[in-house]
Design a protein around this ligand. Structure first.
Ligand SMILES: NC(=O)c1ccc[n+]([C@@H]2O[C@H](COP(=O)([O-])OP(=O)(O)OC[C@H]3O[C@@H](n4cnc5c(N)ncnc54)[C@H](O)[C@@H]3O)[C@@H](O)[C@H]2O)c1
Length: 314
């Protein structure tokens, strides 16, 4: 198996590459806008992975680099959903067009299997526990809209050009080598201002948090499922963790455990942010995949990991 990972030097991608190199050669294609070469230093130095620095918006470069690979994982995207509030083309380009390019390159080079990293944001603003078919509410952020558009493109390429497509909707992913997200954000804020932590919203927002090692294992697992040529999976624990819990854990792990937490108030962190998300991942579980961590455990572990990266070992 020769794998091609677009966005493979990023947070989730680098953990996936750690597993993929056990199965055969891996090419990481990344523009290093957010990802870092050091995240894949082990696989690179072992000779089992190579890095091509390039942009998924450059279809020619992407197609050239993808030649000779059987399996494509597409993980590149705008890293911060809220950036869409300021730059309204960002998700169109880095989400929808980059996904089109990834699929078109796969079609041109004859790669047969395509795995797309989607998100629970496609379920929109609902507190229902959503299974894969529950798309009654539409996304409320430009990031979520681009994920839904990307899913549509995957479905169309599968139907029209005979690829095998796997769409995986993650909960919020946490762990080592994080490039963004609440835990990293809180730890960095506490590093700058050790006496207090400003938190958007009232702290009662709650979502399922998925440890990055479970995310990478799930991405690999779906590749081996023998279902229809297009299949969609939720990948998230059944429980949720509140923003207040995350803030308290980050403060406790910081050099000043007496720091005050200051909530800005309101149910939503920022416009477009879904305050409550709950996902039913029973479909993947029924196929034999189990997560190692609940949401609370994933957050507890990730806070220790990220705090060690930000504050140093204590
Ligand atoms: N982290 C989460 O909580 C989460 C949740 C749901 C879905 N996802 C999705 O999972 C995927 C990976 O997310 P992540 O958290 O690892 O983010 P990340 O930003 O760490 O990784 C994305 C990688 O893609 C690269 N990249 C971005 N634009 C590119 C481009 N145009 N061309 C080439 N490379 C490009 C970046 O340099 C980075 O290495 C994304 O598609 C994201 O939307 C993430």
């Amino acid at each position: 198996m020769r794998s091609f990972v677009i966005g493979g030097a990023g947070f989730i991608g680098s953990h996936l590459v750690d597993l993929l190199v056990e199965r055969g050669p891996v090419t990481v294609f990344d523009n290093l806008s957010v990802g870092r070469e050091e995240f894949i230093a082990g696989p690179l130095s072992s000779g089992r992975a190579t890095l091509t620095v390039g942009d998924a918006l450059d279809l020619d470069a992407l197609t050239r680099a993808m030649g000779g690979h059987d399996v494509v994982f597409h993980l590149a995207a705008n890293p911060e959903a809220r950036w869409g509030l300021e730059r309204t083309r960002l998700d169109l380009e880095q989400g929808t067009i980059a996904t089109y390019n990834a699929l078109e390159a796969a079609r041109l080079v004859g790669a047969r299997r395509f795995v797309f990293s989607s998100s629970g944001t496609v379920y929109g603003n609902t507190s229902d526990v959503c299974a894969e078919g529950d798309l009654g509410h539409l996304p409320i952020s430009l990031y979520g809209a681009s994920k839904l558009a990307g899913e549509g493109l995957v479905a169309a390429f599968v139907e029209c050009f005979g690829l095998q497509g796997r769409i995986v909707r993650f909960g919020n992913v946490v762990g080592k080598r994080g490039t963004h997200g609440a835990i990293l954000d809180f730890c960095k804020k506490l590093q700058q201002h050790p006496d207090h932590l400003d938190v958007l919203g009232d702290g009662r927002q709650h979502k399922p948090y998925l440890h990055v090692t479970d995310c990478a294992a799930g991405l690999l697992y779906v590749l081996d499922t023998t279902g229809p040529s297009l299949d969609v999976f939720n990948l998230a624990p059944p429980d949720t963790t509140t923003v207040a819990q995350i803030a308290e854990l980050c403060v406790a792990a910081s050099p000043n455990p007496a720091a005050r937490i200051v909530f800005s108030g309101g149910a939503q962190g920022w416009r477009g942010d879904v305050p409550v998300s709950r996902m039913n991942a029973g479909k993947l579980r029924a196929l034999g995949f189990s997560l190692r961590h609940t949401s609370d455990r994933a957050v507890g572990l990730a806070v220790r990991e990220v705090a060690a990266e930000v504050f140093g070992a204590r």
